[in-house]
Design a protein around this ligand. Structure first.
Ligand SMILES: Nc1ncnc2c1ncn2[C@@H]1O[C@H](COP(=O)(O)OP(=O)(O)OP(=O)(O)O)[C@@H](O)[C@H]1O
Ligand SMILES: [Mg+2]
Length: 217
């Protein structure tokens, strides 16, 4: 089951520019949330702070399970994943790219194979596992990124513009994968997007980020 994420009074500035200015919101476990807002409004920054990749100047992001706040650390990091708009590709096979997070976590070989096949099936790349990942199209690469994220069965999945730079067909496929992840993993999903249609269809709640704060629509 997805973790609840309670963000309170997050502040972040770069140089003299204030990006987040006391941003607070509670994301309920298992919910799907879409964050919208103009270019430069701080969506990616917000996701990086929530995914614990970068520290806020002040404020906090608490992950909560059964009413208890989980201490920040490796065990928590392993339950969270952030998928960036341009997926980093390792110069090896699609299989190895998807398996990466499981190898880091020292999962055994048989289990890795099982999970990679499942994830590849979910994103429609089962017949491309032996291909070199650099030969995939942008849409396929983005789906490989999703498979890499979901193979570790994250409790919280952050997706930064998951459908940027993909065509309508891949965009639709990605939308279906998100729904699928929601139903199978029951993960909490927080995505940023400029696509109002995707936000409407995929998310229970749409937030806008403006003047450094998040508000539900
Ligand atoms: N590491 C950084 N150093 C300096 N400025 C940064 C850094 N990261 C983000 N910014 C600035 O913070 C502001 C918010 O950027 P951010 O990428 O979070 O916006 P965004 O809402 O994701 O925009 P987009 O829709 O274009 O992806 C921008 O002005 C950006 O230049
Ligand atoms: Mg961004």
């Amino acid at each position: 089951m997805g973790l609840t994420l309670s963000v309170s009074e997050l502040k972040k500035s770069y140089g003299g520019t204030v990006v987040l200015d006391g941003c607070s919101y509670r994301f309920e476990g298992g919910g799907v949330y879409a964050i919208m807002g103009p270019n430069g409004s701080g969506k990616s920054t917000f996701l990086r702070l929530c995914a614990l990749i970068e520290k806020p100047d002040s404020g906090k992001a608490d992950f909560i399970e059964e009413g208890v706040v989980i201490e920040h650390g490796l065990a928590l990091m392993r339950r969270i994943t952030l998928l960036l708009p341009s997926v980093g590709v390792f110069n090896t096979t699609v299989y190895e790219n998807i398996a990466y997070g499981l190898k880091l976590r020292k999962v055994n070989k048989a289990e890795i194979e099982h999970r990679v096949l499942n994830a590849a099936e979910m994103v429609g790349l089962k017949d491309k596992l032996r291909r070199r990942a650099v030969t995939l199209s942008s849409g396929e690469t983005q789906r490989m990124g999703l498979a890499r994220a979901l193979v570790i069965s994250p409790s919280v999945l952050f997706l930064d513009e998951p459908t940027a730079a993909v065509d309508a067909k891949n965009s639709k496929a990605i939308e279906e994968i998100i729904q699928n992840i929601r139903h199978t993993l029951k993960a909490t999903i927080i995505l940023s997007t400029h696509d109002a249609g995707l936000a409407e269809r995929a998310a229970d709640t749409i937030l806008t980020l403006r003047d450094g704060r998040a508000t539900a629509l």
